[in-house]
Every structure is written in structure tokens, then in C-alpha cells.
Design a protein around this ligand. Sequence first.
Ligand code: GLY
Ligand code: MN
Ligand code: MN
Length: 441
Amino acid sequence: MTADLAILYAEHLVVLQTRTAVALERAGLDHLVVPSGTLHYQAFDDRDYPYAVNPQFKAWLPLTRNPGSWLVFTPGSRPKVIYLQPHDYWHVVPEAPGGAWVEHFDVVVIRTAEEALSYLPADRARCAILGEAQSALADVVPNNPPAVVRYLDYHRAFKTPYEIEMMRIATQSGVRGHRAAEAAFRAGASEFDIHFAYCIAARQDALDLPYNNIVALNTHGAVLHYMLLDRAPPGHIRSFLIDAGASHAGYACDITRTYSYDPGDEFQSLIDAVDTAQRAMCTQVRAGMDYRQLHLDAHLALASVLKDFGVLKVSPESAVATGVSGTFFPHGIGHGIGLQVHEVAGFAASDTGGTLPKPEGHPYLRLTRELQPGMVVTIEPGIYFIDMLLEELRKGEHASAVDWPRVDALRPFGGIRIEDDVVCTHADPQNLTREGFAALG
Ligand code: GLY
Ligand code: MN
Ligand code: MN
């Protein structure tokens, strides 16, 4: 960690301590106790699932591969890490505690998971224990007090400068992967080979990636969460949609790009039009903006693109009002991102509770809050040609809103999505993804 980053990290910890003090006070509790999590085993098998660290733990510590450890914080005292470093010759065990985080914590190294019990606060009833049920250790049982979880999750939306820096570094990996993936696509590679070209360039494998890569050629781009990887390329390569991220110190980036194989064809023009619209949407990431409005505006902008390309025969306003735009853009405009690719508390009305509803007819929107400085959100508009949704439209009362031969001409290309991660600031938004690509040159 550089000296500047070490300062940002120290400041980040101060923010967490301040938030935690308020959260505990609201719940009438004294201690925050956070298990890093444990390994889950597959049924009737001795194989474990990939370990996923408790996000409440990695919020404090850049430790993502340390099952069986604990964080303890009592306001007014130094935070403590109970650090499991087992004696085990079967596996690589965590290294001795090291790095810039160590100086900010009292660190106790334990050799067995059970040893943690004697270092956890003695009065278990005074603890907010945040974790999954499986992390229970004897009488230390996660209780996830709603007042504490709500407060911390609500405020987690506001990233500290340290967190934004972690996401910027994650983006550096992601954009390297995307460049390599595009090159592999242009060289005629299969989805399988493109995926590995991505992973090699990003220096990330399945344990690092914040979500499964979506690597989709041709019509596979119309499957929103396409995660199969065909081993052979299609006979006629037309288009490529890749939604792939990366992580750094527990923080995610989430990036989507779409390409046409023939840069001179109409599908590339449609991609360019979505790209122009997407850039305009990114400029809407401003303090005071209701993200629901951003989503609704996106429908209108994408319907305008479809009208310009002759897919829609009705006005963009009419396509949005009748729900026709939803056939082509059937997901939300994005979500908060940070410790999780889909960050928590997207619908939180306040830090004490309440829910901000989704706009009627838009069930897949994941974020309904007003944007404020520090929030990081994705902006990911798309236009897709999804057989199932098109058939529903064709059979319904709004079938005449669409030029079906135009739809049929574009169907073989699957779909388009362009996704950036954007920071809301006090002034202009900061687009981490575009900056990352630009820095690559
Ligand atoms: N990669 C999943 C998403 O874009 O939300
Ligand atoms: Mn996303
Ligand atoms: Mn994505």
C-alpha cells in the first residue's frame, strides 16, 4: 500500500468506527463482532464451496481469504482482529498478519477456530454479531440486530475515498481483461477461449471475479445472464457481449461492452447509438437525482434509439407508456456497487428502515434511492432481441408498435449492453470505467 493509500485507509477506518458507534447506540449494544465466515461443505461430500468472505468483515479489512477470523470493535477502544492461522499441512494457510492494516488493530493470532472464544467479548448479550448462522461458535451466535444492520448497510452506500480507490484499482484489472477479450473475439476465438483470455489479462480467476463472467457471442447476448461458455466459435461470428468484472481487496468493478464483428455494419451503428445514450445517462449521476428517474429516462432514451433505427413505429413516449420499451430493455438501469457487485440497501428509505418502492411496471430495478456524493452506481442500458419477450409482444395488443422485419434482421446479433461504474460527487460524476479504459491508451 502506498503512503497515500495508507492514509486513506486510516481515514476509512475512522468512518467505520464512527458509523459503528452510532449503530450500536441505536441498538443499545456495546460491541460489534464480525466473523469472517466459514467454509461450506457440499452435501454428502468433503469438498467445500468456494469461500466467500462476510462483507461486513471485508469492509474493515483487506482480507478475503481468511475463514475463521473475527473482527471486534468496542467504541472507544482499538478494533481487534482475531486472526486464524491454523497449523495445517494440507492447505496453504493465511500468512502471518501483515500489511498496512495491522497497525490499526490489536491482532491476536489463533491456531484453532475455537480459540477465538476466549478473545471475544465476554458478555455475549451485549454484542451485535453480524454474520450468517453457520458462523456461530458455541455461544457466539450471529444475531444481526436490525437496527445495526440497517444503519451500516444504509451508510455503506456512501463510499469513502479509500473504497473508491479500491474500485479504481479493480477497474484497472477489469479493463485489461476487456481489451484482451475484444482482441480474442476479433481473432475468432470461442466463448471459452475469450473467457480465459480475459482472466489471464485481468490476473483473476473464479475465486477473484466478483461474479461469473458473461461471455456471449451472437444470440447468446440476448440471454441476460448467459454463463455457459461454448467451446467452439459459431460458424458465422456476428457480435460479442461481455459483462466481466474484477475485484481488489474485496471491492468490485462491473463492466459490460458490446462489439460487432464487422465494424461497418448496422449493428455497430446501433451499439454506437446506445453508447452515446449511455454516456448521457452517466452524466445524470448527480447529487439529488432520484435513481428511479434515471431509469425511466433511460427507457425513453433507448426507445428513441429504437425509433431512429426503425425498430419502433410509434413515438418513444408511446413505447414507454405502453411498456413496449420493456421488451427491448427488460432490466434495471443499474445498481449500487462496492463490497458486493449488487450492493446492499438499494431500496432503503433511511438508516432506520423503510422501503423506497420501485416504479410500477419496473420490477427489476435494484436501486431506488436518491443519489448523493460518495455513492457508486452502475449505468448499464441495453437493447436486446429476446425471443420469449418478442413473442409475447407479437401476440399482444401492441404488436403493431414494432417493425417485425427490422426485428428479425437484428435478432441474430443478440443484444447490446454497455455498463460503466460511476461515482456521484459534489460536482461532475467520475466515470471509473471510462477513465480506466482511457488510461490503457
Ligand atoms: N454483472 C451483473 C450486472 O451487471 O449486474
Ligand atoms: Mn451491473
Ligand atoms: Mn455487469
